[in-house]
Design a protein around this ligand. Structure first.
Ligand code: G6P
Length: 496
C-alpha cells in the first residue's frame, strides 16, 4: 500500500494542507492501519491531483507519520484505487501544539467564523503571541521549506496550491526561494470583515494579509468572501485594490482574488452509497424510523450552531405537539479538536442540552433527539438517503459540503434547511428553506415548513438543488482554477 521514495521526480503541482489524504495510525491491537483522511478536503484535493499529478505535503499527525517523515522524502500511497505521492513535514510536538491548538484553533478559526464572545474573549497574552511566533510561523516555515525542496529550482512552470487557514505564512517562504513558481492560496473558510480582524495584534494581522499577497491568486468559495478580503487589504494594509478586476496591486505584481465554489464528486459519492456497509446502516436506521426524520451531520464545532438547532427543535415540538412521537432528530456529530478548551466545553453543552430536551418532550418509548457522536461515513450516507429534512444552520461556514452531499444522496425529496451564512447559500439558497442561524423562531418555523411542504414543491426544490450540484462538479472546480492559472501566466509572459 505504501512505497517509500527517496529521490522523487519534480512535480508539476504541489498541494499543501495541514491534513493529508490518508491517515497512518495503529489500531487497538497496535497493528498499523492506513485509512482515508477525514473531511471534504480529501475528496476535492484528490480530484485535483487526479487531473494534475503531483505531491501532497501534510503535517505528520501520528507517531507512524512522524516515522515516515524521518525515513523517506515522500511516499507513494495507494488508496481506493488512487495513487498519491505524499510528503510529511514533522514539526516539533510543542510547536505543532501551539500552531494547531492555539494559533489556528481557536484563534484564527474563531475570528474567521465570528465566534469570539468579544466582551470576554479572547485575551491576547504572551501565550497567544508565542503561539504565533513559536508555533504558527515555524510550522509554516517547515511547509515552505518542504515545498522548496520539492521544487528544487526557481519553480518556473510549476504550480503550488496551499490550503486553508493553517498555512497563511507559507507563500513568502516559497516566493523568496522559488520566485518563478505560480503560488495560490485557497481559503476554505469565511473571510471576516476588517473590524473583526482587528482583534488580532496589528503585527499579526498585517503579516497575514501581507503573506497572502505573496501569492499569485488568493481563492475563496464565494464572491462575498472575495470582496471581504479585498476590503481587508485596504483597511489593514492600505494597499490599492481594483474592485472591477478583483485584484490587488503589490509593487509590480498583481494578485488576483477569485471565487471557485467547491463541490462534491458525484461519482465517488454514488459509488460509496452502494456499499454493503451503507445497506447495513440503512436497515438499522429504517427499523427505528418514525414517520418523520430530521437529520444534521456536522463536525462538533461551534461554527455549526448545534445548540440553536436543538433549541429550534425544542420550540418546534412546543408549537406543534401533534409531532410528538412521530419524529426523530438524528444528530450525527463527529468529535473535533478535542484538545481545545472551547470545544470540550461546547461538547458538554451539546450533550447537556440534548438530554434536557429529551427529558422535556420524550417518553419511555420515544427519544426526540438521537445524538450520535462518531465519525461513521456509511451511517451518515444512510441518514442522508432517508431524511425528510436536513438541517444546516451554521453560524458562518466557508461552503458546507454536507448540504450538497445530502441533497445529492437523498431519496425522499427531503427539504434542505439552510443558513443564509453558508457559502453553499450563494448557489442553492433559493431552493432551500433559508434560515437566520441566530433566530430560533425562524428555525422552528423552518422545520415545520420543511416537513409539511406539499410533495410537488419538495420534489421541485430537491431536483433544482441536485441540478445545480451536478452542474458544478468538483471537476469544474479544478478546471476553473486551471483556466485562471493559465490566463495569468500567459498575461505575465506577454509582459516580460
Ligand atoms: C475545516 C477546515 C479544514 C479542516 C476541517 C477539519 O473544514 O477548512 O481545513 O481540515 O475543518 O478540521 P481539523 O481541525 O480536524 O483538520
Amino acid at each position: 500500500m505504501t512505497e517509500a521514495e527517496t529521490a522523487p521526480e519534480r512535480p508539476d503541482l504541489i498541494v499543501a494542507a495541514n491534513r493529508g489524504p490518508v491517515s497512518y495510525h495503529s489500531d487497538a491491537s497496535g497493528e498499523p492501519v492506513v485509512t482515508r483522511g477525514a473531511g471534504g478536503l480529501v475528496t476535492v484535493l484528490s480530484a485535483m491531483l487526479r487531473r494534475h499529478p503531483g505531491v501532497w505535503i501534510a503535517a505528520a499527525a501520528s507517531d507512524e507519520e512522524e516515522t515516515l517523515a524521518a525515513v523517506a522524502a515522500s511516499l507513494r500511497v495507494d488508496l481506493d484505487g488512487e495513487t498519491f505521492r505524499v510528503r510529511y513535514v514533522a514539526p516539533e510536538r510543542e510547536a505543532y501544539n501551539l500552531f494547531y491548538n492555539i494559533a489556528a484553533n481557536p484563534m484564527l478559526w474563531f475570528i474567521q467564523h465570528y465566534l469570539w464572545d468579544l466582551a470576554r474573549h479572547p485575551d491576547i497574552r504572551q501565550n497567544e503571541l508565542d503561539a504565533w511566533s513559536k508555533g504558527y510561523l515555524p510550522v509554516n516555515r517547515l511547509f515552505g521549506e518542504a515545498i522548496l525542496d520539492e521544487l528544487g529550482d526557481d519553480g518556473a512552470g510549476r504550480v503550488v496550491i496551499v490550503h486553508d487557514y493553517h498555512l497563511y505564512a507559507v507563500a513568502p517562504v516559497v516566493r523568496a526561494g522559488a520566485p518563478r513558481a505560480f503560488l495560490q492560496q485557497f481559503v476554505h473558510i469565511p473571510w471576516a470583515q476588517s473590524d473583526y480582524w482587528r482583534v488580532l495584534p496589528r503585527g499579526i494581522r498585517e503579516q497575514i494579509f501581507r503573506s497572502l499577497l505573496a501569492n499569485d491568486v488568493v481563492a475563496f468559495h464565494t464572491q462575498h468572501y472575495v470582496d471581504s478580503f479585498l476590503q481587508g487589504c485596504v483597511d489593514v494594509l492600505d494597499v490599492a485594490i481594483d474592485t472591477h478586476e478583483k485584484a490587488v496591486n503589490v509593487g509590480d505584481r498583481t494578485v488576483w482574488v477569485r471565487a471557485y465554489p467547491v463541490s462534491i464528486d458525484p461519482d465517488v459519492l454514488e459509488s460509496a452509497v452502494r456499499s454493503p456497509r451503507v445497506a447495513a446502516a440503512e436497515r438499522e436506521l429504517l427499523e427505528r424510523r418514525r414517520e418523520f426524520l430530521l437529520v444534521r451531520v456536522d463536525r462538533l464545532d461551534l461554527s455549526k450552531n448545534i445548540l440553536r438547532g436543538f433549541l429550534a427543535f425544542d420550540r418546534f415540538l412546543e408549537l406543534h405537539p401533534e409531532f410528538e412521537g412521530r419524529i426523530t432528530f438524528l444528530a450525527r456529530l463527529q468529535p473535533s479538536r478535542e484538545d481545545v478548551e472551547e470545544y470540550v466545553a461546547y461538547r458538554e453543552h451539546v450533550l447537556h442540552l440534548a438530554a434536557e430536551i429529551n427529558t422535556r418532550h420524550g417518553s419511555a418509548d420515544w427519544l426526540p433527539i438521537d445524538l450520535r457522536l462518531e465519525d461513521n461515513f456509511p451511517a451518515t450516507l444512510a441518514a442522508y438517503k432517508h431524511y425528510d429534512a436536513l438541517m444546516v444552520n451554521a453560524i458562518f461556514d466557508g461552503m458546507n459540503l454536507v448540504a450538497k452531499e445530502g441533497a445529492l444522496v437523498n431519496t425522499r425529496d427531503g427539504a434542505l434547511i439552510l443558513s443564509e451564512n453558508t457559502g453553499a447559500f450563494e448557489e442553492i439558497g433559493r431552493f432551500a428553506v433559508s434560515v437566520n442561524p441566530f433566530d430560533i423562531e425562524d428555525q422552528a418555523a423552518a422545520i415545520y415548513r420543511a416537513l409539511t411542504m406539499p410533495a410537488a414543491e419538495k420534489a421541485g426544490r430537491a431536483k433544482a438543488i441536485r441540478d445545480v450540484i451536478l452542474g458544478n462538479s468538483v471537476e469544474k472546480w479544478v478546471a476553473a482554477q486551471w483556466r485562471d492559472i493559465e490566463r495569468k501566466r500567459a498575461l505575465e509572459a506577454a509582459r516580460e
